[in-house]
Design a protein around this ligand. Structure first.
Ligand SMILES: [Fe+2]
Length: 390
């Protein structure tokens, strides 16, 4: 989903002659999902988007997971995982299943090539940093708190302001990421009870078509490999586009929390849905106002999902010992709940400043070998250890 938008110059009617100042035709490209039955956009290029001069295998991708170990709650101190490179090469893959891959990244340089993920949409949550997401759809400036949603198939690259620290949470879907269907009417418009609306989504701001001949590399991740394609013309040569499919930004500060007299369950925080998982935003909000309310969450058994929580800012209401950019993973099969003291201490609190992103997956996640290095082995016992020392 996303509403209809247009940018740049397009012909009055689709699939008709649209001519450049020299009389030659622009080159129309349709980019759409679900085989011509899903959302789509039409783009108009200066040159055919098909002219490849060279193809090269960059790398094959073989995920390395940890050996099966005892199932337990996990805490990954991602702040200790230092990475460098561009927005792709700096990714540290931590968790994956057949539906989603979750990485963190600290890009220190701009991408010298463009990138396309062929199997699904990507979300990059900007924890720290700013810069520009460049794509065929135009330039989109990003800032802390932005979810950058990039549909599959889009050529893009990240141009970070490298003089400030960049810290990203990257969620790569094997399918399409969209706002929850229950917040949309059947025409696709956000409903009144939705925690955000069309005005909160930021499409690309400006098109700067490039008319250049040379060697331009686009790397495509597909079928467990990355392939580099050298294009004859600059791939950012789009003069105009319109449609419903395009990258956009949504800032977590624009998520309007849903609150209640008693504790509200995680679905009220849901921000996006995708095949096999959801993304939720825990934002600063007023807490429960029933006279006998307990604002901290009750213990719960997440029977059908693994819960991944990425801590952004603030003092999280229910957890001790968590750092900024920590990730906790509560696997299905184990009940979990507030740390000792947090449940009772929450009584009477009127607001929370916690800010966190949650990814709940419906299939079990596996931990990569990189995740092991960040693992806080004491976390599984933190409910008990705190109890003994208090
Ligand atoms: Fe939970």
């Amino acid at each position: 989903m996303t509403y209809y938008y247009r940018l740049g110059t397009i012909p009055k009617k689709r699939h008709t002659q649209f001519r450049q100042p020299d009389g030659s035709l622009y080159h129309e490209e349709l980019m759409g999902i679900h085989g011509f039955t899903g959302i789509q956009s039409l783009l108009y290029h200066l040159h055919p988007p098909t002219q490849i001069d060279a193809v090269r295998l960059v790398q094959t991708i073989a995920l390395e997971f940890e050996q099966p170990s005892a199932l337990r709650p996990r805490h990954l101190r991602t702040a200790q995982g230092v990475s460098a490179g561009d927005a792709i090469s700096s990714r540290i893959l931590l968790l994956a299943n057949a539906d989603v891959c979750i990485s963190v990244a600290q890009p220190t340089e701009p991408m010298s090539y463009w990138y396309r993920f062929a199997h699904g949409d990507e979300v990059m949550f900007v924890h720290d940093g700013s810069g520009v997401l460049e794509s065929q759809y135009g330039l989109l400036h990003y800032r802390p708190g932005d979810y950058l949603v990039i549909p599959t198939g889009v050529f893009w690259r990240l141009l970070p302001n490298v003089d400030v620290l960049q810290r990203l949470l990257v969620i790569e879907a094997q399918g399409h990421i969209a706002p929850p269907a229950r917040y949309l009417n059947r025409e696709g418009q956000f409903l009144e009870h939705s925690p955000y609306g069309e005005r909160d989504l930021r499409p690309p701001e400006a098109l700067v078509p490039r008319d250049e001949v040379g060697e331009f590399e686009v790397r495509v991740k597909a079928r467990d490999r990355i392939t580099a394609y050298t294009y004859h013309h600059h791939p950012m040569d789009v003069v105009g586009w319109d449609g419903h499919l395009y990258p956009y930004a949504f800032n977590i500060a624009d998520f309007e929390p849903i609150t209640g007299r008693v504790h509200q369950p995680p679905p009220v925080h849901q921000t996006f849905e995708a095949p096999g998982f959801v993304i939720c935003s825990f934002v600063p909000r007023l807490l429960d106002y029933h006279p006998l309310a307990i604002p901290a969450p009750y213990n719960h058994s997440n029977v059908d999902s693994d819960e991944v929580l990425y801590y952004v800012e603030g003092n999280f209401l229910s957890r001790n010992g968590i750092e900024r950019s920590s990730i906790t993973v509560h696997p299905s099969g184990l009940p979990h709940g507030p740390h000792p003291g947090k449940y009772a201490a929450s009584i009477g609190q009127e607001r929370t400043d916690e800010l966190a992103v949650m990814v709940d997956t419906f299939r079990p996640l596996q931990f990569t070998r990189q995740a092991i290095a960040l693992d806080d082995l004491q976390y599984a016992y933190s409910w008990t250890i705190d109890q003994r020392s208090s």
